[in-house]
Design a protein around this ligand. Structure first.
Ligand SMILES: Cc1cc2nc3c(=O)[nH]c(=O)nc-3n(C[C@H](O)[C@H](O)[C@H](O)COP(=O)(O)OP(=O)(O)OC[C@H]3O[C@@H](n4cnc5c(N)ncnc54)[C@H](O)[C@@H]3O)c2cc1C
Length: 497
């Protein structure tokens, strides 16, 4: 069996290399002139070190971490390809590129870590991909508890830097090692420690953005401001459709004095949800709260006897030691009468929380796999969990449907669903994939939830955005987009606008 899989791997890779060669030859003969002009112009503007039109670079920037795009890629299909890739090193460089793109009416797509999971960084209409990762300067303002950081900085680099100086951002997404500050802000991301520290929108104090026709917008960091609609929020979650985020001021915290780890097992997910609801509604903010349904409890904690056929809940409580002790007591009180699992499950989760291998392990075997995160108020939370699981399982081909709840608010909760399956005979992978997505989106909307809690919209969720925002809401978004970006060069097609 292993041999067979190895042979399949080899054939797939070989096939892919052949395809790349064919595209390359076609490229050399047919489209050289167009790229040469673009290349020459951008080299003149930025210098040769910051520009590439090599096919290998263009292919590397043809997709993000959208799982279905990986399937296409493995079949040798490159669904979108930029004409050129540039690596600016300063805001001035970004201004030059945006000015140029505006004059020539060339699409321009911002690229951070490429860890987005919805096709948001896919250069659907070709053009220029602008990779921000050479922009990574960091400066801490300790007295103001602020950090000024360029948008291409990788999350882990920023967090390590802050920790070394006695601070934390408190924003620890699972993609910490592979996502950038600009990506976080533009997708309105959230981290695993969100119940205490909030989402990225709670951290952004100031922002610098380059918008068409190549102008710089600077919104300074204030503790709070009452100066009309908050324009920061125009760019937070905008997924590159208005401009390129180049610099951000983020609110930071002193590194926590103390951490307490607690975990429990309950019989049902509704019981765990109810107990956590009382905790967050009492004003307690554990940094991490995660409720794993029975399937995910088995996956994570199969080695714990008392967790068998149960729902596990883990907590990390951190901060000022006196407050931490008081919060831990309130959590213990709320979980009285359940099975106490101690610190070990939390330590285990902390150790393995960045390991993500399912998509890359199972995709070569034909298994379609993805995650869908949504949020809902408490009144309909349990119903949403059961109905979305049921809707995903009802799609023919589904072999796995599970969830955990990982971000909590006094008003409600985010569920993070996982599904996997093999398309039935006669159905394409995308056909199966789209059906599961549709089932989850429709069920969420029907129950009054929001279709995305933190991954954003990108290209995959775009068809459902008008349903979420309503006719006029979506119309306003479209009008704002067209007012800022009259030539529609900024990530055209993303969010469907
Ligand atoms: C394994 C894994 C785990 C994940 N875990 C989490 C998680 O815990 N929490 C979470 O919120 N998300 C998570 N994600 C999703 C993803 O990491 C986030 O959406 C992240 O914020 C994307 O950052 P990035 O730098 O990779 O952006 P990219 O994927 O490069 O880009 C995402 C979008 O933002 C735009 N963009 C990027 N940079 C800029 C910029 N400087 N200016 C303007 N637009 C820009 C792009 O054009 C694109 O539309 C995960 C993804 C993976 C693969």
């Amino acid at each position: 069996m292993i041999r067979l899989v190895q042979i399949m791997y080899f054939l797939k890779n070989y096939y892919f290399i052949m395809l790349v060669m064919i595209i390359q030859i076609k490229e050399i003969f047919a489209e050289r002139k167009k790229y040469e002009q673009l290349y020459d112009d951008l080299v003149k503007l930025l210098g040769i070190r910051k520009v590439s039109n090599k096919l290998i670079d263009r292919i590397m920037y043809s997709r993000d971490y959208w799982p279905i795009a990986l399937h296409w890629f493995m079949r040798g299909v490159v669904p979108a390809i930029p004409d050129i890739v540039v690596w600016p090193e300063s805001t001035e460089d970004v201004v030059k590129v945006v000015k140029y793109a505006y004059e020539k009416e060339i699409p321009i797509v911002a690229y951070g870590g490429g860890s987005g999971v919805l096709g948001g960084a896919m250069p659907e209409k070709g053009g220029i991909v602008i990779d921000l990762k050479r922009m990574r300067r960091i400066k801490i303002y300790p007295r103001d508890l602020l950090v000024e950081v360029e948008s291409g900085t990788y999350g882990m680099i920023l967090e390590n830097y802050l920790n070394k100086h006695g601070f934390t951002l408190g924003h620890i997404p699972q993609s910490l090692y592979t996502s950038t500050v600009g990506g976080w802000v533009s997708t309105k991301a959230i981290g695993q420690f969100s119940t205490k520290y909030g989402g990225i929108e709670d951290m952004v104090a100031g922002i610098e953005v380059v918008v068409p026709p190549g102008e710089v917008v600077v919104l300074k960091p204030h503790p709070r401001t009452s100066t009309g609609p908050d324009l920061r929020h125009l760019f937070i979650g905008s997924e590159g459709i208005f401009g390129i985020i180049t610099r951000v001021f983020l609110r930071i915290w002193r590194y926590p004095e103390k951490r307490v780890f607690l975990s429990y097992a309950t019989d049902t997910i509704e019981e765990a949800l109810e107990r956590v609801r009382t905790i967050v509604q009492s004003g307690v903010k554990p940094a991490v709260v995660r409720i794993f349904d029975k399937i995910e409890t088995k996956k994570w904690f199969y080695w714990i006897k008392q967790a068998k056929n149960k729902v596990a809940t883990i907590f990390v409580i951190e901060g000022n030691s006196k407050i931490v002790d008081a919060e831990a007591e309130i959590v213990k009180e709320a979980f009285k009468g359940t099975i106490f699992l101690g610190e070990k499950p939390v330590k285990h989760w902390l150790k393995y929380r960045f390991v993500v291998k399912e998509v890359s392990e199972f995709a070569p075997l034909g298994f379609v796999f993805d995650t869908i995160e949504v949020a809902i108020n408490w009144s309909n939370a349990t119903k949403l969990y059961y109905e979305v699981i049921k809707a995903m399982r009802n799609v023919e081909g589904t072999l796995l449907a599970s969830a955990h709840a990982s971000h909590f608010y006094p008003q409600g909760v985010c569920f993070y669903f996982t599904f996997g399956g093999i398309p039935p005979k006669g159905m394409t992978k995308f056909g199966y994939y789209a059906k599961v997505w549709e089932a989850a989106m429709k069920t969420t909307l029907k129950l009054g939830g929001t279709i995305s809690h933190h991954h954003g919209i990108g290209r995959m969720r775009a068809p459902w955005l008008p349903l979420e925002l309503g006719k006029m809401g979506y119309e306003i978004l479209r009008k704002v987009k067209h007012a800022i970006d009259e030539k529609r060069i900024m990530n055209p097609g993303n969010l469907g606008v």
